[in-house]
Design a protein around this ligand. Structure first.
Ligand code: E4P
Length: 223
């Protein structure tokens, strides 16, 4: 499972990149707007934190395929390193994914709500598809089931496109899609931190330390 940070917050990204096995950072227009800073400045800062090898995802806004392609060329020139262009799975988006693939610009098909959208995007050359798990759940759908169906279709048709599941509101949803076959997940900082934090672990650590100090004082094991 590859783990991505779904945020453009510089402090959170620095912290999580230092402590967690992070594969990259995903952004979208709403995420970048939240930072209230020029978006290119933010993206360049993220790049300097994560380095050139980790993937940075930036979403195109154009309505027409050719506009999306222009944006992709622009952002690829502006930002160094491993960049993936996010393209919504509209009809124009699918055409754009085909054009990007022809230019060897890697893409992620985003705003995926159905397994068939994912299938068409993968057939068009998308490197990743991003099913919107929580938004599907909010529509009385089942985000985990959509991920499972996409995974089964990709296996059945021998497609190398990876599922990068997105839009989570809790850790249970992340857990479910990992079991359903997602190769990758992009998760907000607070949910990433909840992957490790557990009250029993914290109290066990306190107990071990207390017992050791009672027996041997403050001396460490010097391992
Ligand atoms: C990925 O970057 C997606 O755009 C994001 O996970 C959507 O999440 P939301 O449904 O919480 O806005």
């Amino acid at each position: 499972m590859k783990l991505y940070i779904d945020s453009a917050n510089i402090e959170s990204i620095s912290w999580l990149n230092e402590y967690y096995p992070i594969a990259g950072v995903t952004t979208n227009p709403s995420i970048l707007v939240k930072e209230e800073k020029p978006y290119l400045e933010v993206l360049k800062e993220i790049r300097s934190i994560i380095g050139n090898d980790k993937e940075l995802f930036v979403q195109a806004l154009g309505d027409k395929a050719e506009e999306i392609l222009d944006e992709a060329r622009f952002i690829t020139n502006e930002l160094s390193g491993n960049l993936i262009v996010k393209v919504p799975v509209t009809e124009e988006g699918i055409k754009a994914i085909k054009l990007l693939t022809a230019e060897n610009i890697p893409s992620l098909a985003t705003t995926v709500y159905t397994a068939f959208q994912a299938l068409i995007a993968a057939k068009s050359g998308a490197k990743y598809v991003a099913p919107y798990v929580n938004r599907i759940d909010n529509l009385s759908g089942n985000g985990g089931l959509v991920v499972k169906e996409i995974s089964e279709l990709f296996t059945a048709y021998g497609l190398s496109c990876e599922i990068l599941a997105a839009s989570f509101k809790n850790l249970q949803q992340v857990h479910d899609v990992c079991l359903a076959g997602a190769e990758a997940v992009t998760v907000a900082p607070d949910i990433i931190e909840s992957m490790v934090a557990f009250p029993s672990t914290a109290s066990d650590v306190v107990d071990f330390k207390r017992q050791w100090v009672n027996a041997f004082g403050e001396n460490r094991t010097n391992l």
